[in-house]
Design a protein. Structure first.
Length: 326
């Protein structure tokens, strides 16, 4: 697809992650939408995304109490794709009772996820949260032990600050251990005024500049969640229609709370102007902007249909430099 046409879908782009022996699609399909009571719909989404070049899928121990992982694992088995896809797994998320970033919980979550998906190894494993009250050493040791056992490949942190990843990697370097090689923060054109859930980390906007510089310096891959601002960058939310979301659902209320600011509406206006000029949609422009950033970026995208995923793929072809953040 050219930068001025929305008629065809551009080829998927791929990157590399240290310790992962397969190319990693720069658009990563989130699996939160999968459900065993919508099995055909879930398989259609996975089939469609795979046909569009997506070979990398983001899972998590906490998603739907394990149902998402079971559906995804069944799809892999029935399609015979284990050797062709990259699985990103996440674990050690807190529950209602306690933080769970401990060696015991890390190992337990990995083994749960392997059993649910019926696979032997998770290609890239991310700790879903950090616990700043605990030293990083035991976490690094636990991840290395799981890697040596062949249960996980590469590993990193989701919602970890660059400083904590640097601390973990200094610990690893001092003991001859494998370091963290990837990070998964919030990052998009829309800068959150507050993060949607406790323990989250963003590298968006001015406040994230120092972390982004560190990631650039260390060439560490970023797997960016809420890459379209949780839906704010779809264009559904306007300055003059926010009252219509008064009775909205959970995720719409998160967008209202986190993203509906004057600064973000200004960014949305600039994205809309670029979309008109290039014959694209606002989400495609917002995704193209993210993919143009100097960090080693991969975008986690949540879609209900393969058609939605294809619209994101089309954004990869935009070559005009987009200056939308000012």
């Amino acid at each position: 697809m050219s930068a001025t046409s929305g008629s065809t879908v551009s080829p998927m782009q791929y990157g590399q992650v240290p310790g992962v022996d397969k190319p990693v699609s720069r658009l990563v399909l989130g699996t939160m939408m999968l459900a065993s009571d919508r099995l055909q719909e879930s398989f259609d989404l996975l089939d469609g995304a795979y046909a569009l070049g997506c070979n990398t899928f983001d899972t998590a121990h906490i998603y739907s109490g394990g149902d998402c992982e079971r559906v995804f694992g069944r799809w892999i088995a029935e399609r015979g794709l284990r050797d062709k896809v990259v699985i990103i797994g996440k674990g050690a998320h807190p529950n209602a009772d306690r933080n769970r970033v401990t060696p015991f919980d890390i190992a337990a979550d990995v083994h749960d996820s392997l059993a649910r998906m019926k696979v032997d190894c998770i290609d890239l494993y991310l700790l879903h949260r950090d616990d700043l009250t605990l030293p990083v050493g035991p976490m690094v040791e636990a991840l290395n032990e799981l890697q040596r056992a062949g249960h996980i490949g590469a590993f990193g942190g989701s919602n970890w600050t660059a400083a904590r990843i640097a601390e973990a990697n200094a610990y690893a370097a001092g003991r001859g251990l494998t370091p963290m090689v990837a990070s998964s923060p919030n990052y998009s054109l829309a800068v959150p005024r507050e993060l949607p859930w406790p323990g989250c980390v963003s590298v968006s906007g001015d406040a994230g500049e120092a972390d982004r510089q560190w990631y650039q310096q260390h060439k560490m891959p970023l797997f960016c969640w809420s890459s379209l601002g949780g839906g704010f960058l779809t264009g559904r939310y306007r300055r003059d229609n926010l009252e219509s979301f008064a009775e909205a659902g959970y995720f719409e209320k998160l967008v209202l709370r986190c993203y509906c600011t004057d600064e973000n509406f200004d960014r949305l206006d600039r994205a809309e102007a670029a979309a008109r000029r290039l014959g694209l949609t606002i989400p495609q422009i917002a995704m193209a902007w993210l993919m143009q950033q100097p960090e080693h970026v991969f975008a986690l995208v949540g879609c209900r249909t393969a058609e939605e995923f294809g619209e994101n793929v089309a954004a990869l072809a935009v070559t005009e430099k987009l200056d939308l953040q000012a």
